[in-house]
Design a protein around this ligand. Structure first.
Ligand SMILES: *Cc1c(COP(=O)(O)O)cnc(C)c1O
Length: 357
């Protein structure tokens, strides 16, 4: 079977070694299948502990933070963070940088928060990251989205704010080094850059737990409940946690996050370099805000799309079609995508330009 270059935005590509080991565990994980073992067994408790510990190692998580693997994806996290961060003001500040940030705002309102959008790039179809905004002190928390999967922008310098900072890092989690101490909650749906769908990771400053003023917060939505049960309040998403653990092991063995960051930068430089020098294509976002994870671009002449689509499909490329909100193309370059795959795409773009010259 020839190699397929998966540029899909999620669920994402994972290292082949991880797929191989995971597939073995489906058949035999100390006798039983990983899919049938008890989540209360010693074997699985070890998996959960390593999965939590490896996040701490990978991101240098300081003391005073806990790591949880919950269900419900990032979409449930939108609600969970609002409920858990509700304090005296019931006011929250949001940076609106795209469709996921907009969805997070909606859920905060559903939780009863009064939301102030401190800045938004909606008027420009979210093609940039607003800068120079200020966050006042009269908020229970500030929420940002580090990488905008759909629009292809990324916050290069995550802002420091005078209130607790909550960040949705779903689509650039573990892709670059961050200073965890700057945040009160970081969350990330596993399926973008960590593992298979089913789990959502939370890195939580323990200090914020148990302080919510939300009345009768439902047990599953209460991070304090999960922390007290060491992320085993109910049946965790066993397979997703297991494969995430394998992927974290693989990451740590290969130089950790800082090495991944360098590889990701090289991939992004290669592709954006081609987008900028190729006469047929143009990027859709502000250059300084370009995402190293999801590169969005279009053909200047949309009539050429059919022909270009035929060429990249013939080169075994998958998942390049842009999101319907942007159109054109989106190349997602998560940690496990190798630079060889980016080179294949760049070669196709060059060949197409030659053909059309
Ligand atoms: C995909 C994505 C989400 C939604 O994730 P689910 O786990 O499917 O709910 C939220 N935020 C960002 C930035 C995403 O990329």
């Amino acid at each position: 079977m020839s190699k397929i270059h998966n540029f899909g935005a999620g669920p994402c590509i994972l290292p082949q070694e991880v797929f191989q080991e995971a597939s073995k565990a489906v058949l035999d994980f100390n006798g039983l299948s990983i899919l049938e073992i008890s989540h209360r067994s010693d074997d699985f408790i070890k998996v959960m502990e390593e999965a939590r510990e490896n996040i701490k190692k990978a991101l240098n998580v300081p003391a005073g933070y806990t790591v949880l693997y919950l269900q419900g994806g990032a979409s449930l996290a939108f609600l969970i963070v609002a409920m858990n961060m509700m304090r005296g003001t019931k006011k929250a500040a949001y940076l609106n940088t795209g469709a996921w940030a907009t969805a997070a705002i909606k859920e905060a309102k559903n939780a009863g928060m009064a939301v102030t959008e401190v800045a938004s790039s909606k008027d420009k179809n979210f093609n940039n990251i607003p800068k120079g905004f200020e966050v006042g002190t009269d908020f229970d928390y500030f929420h940002s989205t580090s990488n905008n999967t759909i629009f292809g922008t990324q916050i290069k310098n995550l802002p420091k704010v005078p209130v607790p900072h909550i960040c949705d890092m779903s689509s650039d989690f573990l892709s670059r080094t961050i200073n965890v101490a700057d945040f009160d909650i970081i969350y990330a749906g596993a399926q973008k850059n960590l593992g298979p769908a089913g789990a959502c990771v939370y890195i939580v400053k323990e200090e914020i737990l148990g302080k919510s003023t939300y009345a009768n917060i439902p047990s599953y939505l209460n991070l304090d409940v999960h922390q007290k049960k060491e992320s085993m309040f109910n049946t965790p998403p066993v397979f997703s946690v297991y494969v995430s653990m394998l992927n974290l092991r693989h990451l740590l063995k290969n130089g950790g996050v800082s090495a991944a960051e360098k590889r990701n930068q090289a991939k992004a430089d290669l592709l954006y370099g081609e987008i900028d020098s190729n006469p047929l294509f143009v990027g859709t976002t502000a250059v300084e805000d370009r995402s190293n994870m999801n590169a969005t671009f279009i053909l200047k002449n949309a009539e050429l799309e059919k022909e270009f689509n035929g060429m990249w499909k013939a080169a075994n490329i998958e998942g390049l079609k842009g999101h319907r909100d942007v159109g054109g193309y989106r190349a997602s370059m998560y940690n496990a995508l190798e630079i060889d795959s980016v080179q294949v795409l760049v070669d196709v773009m060059r060949e197409f330009a030659k053909k059309k010259a």
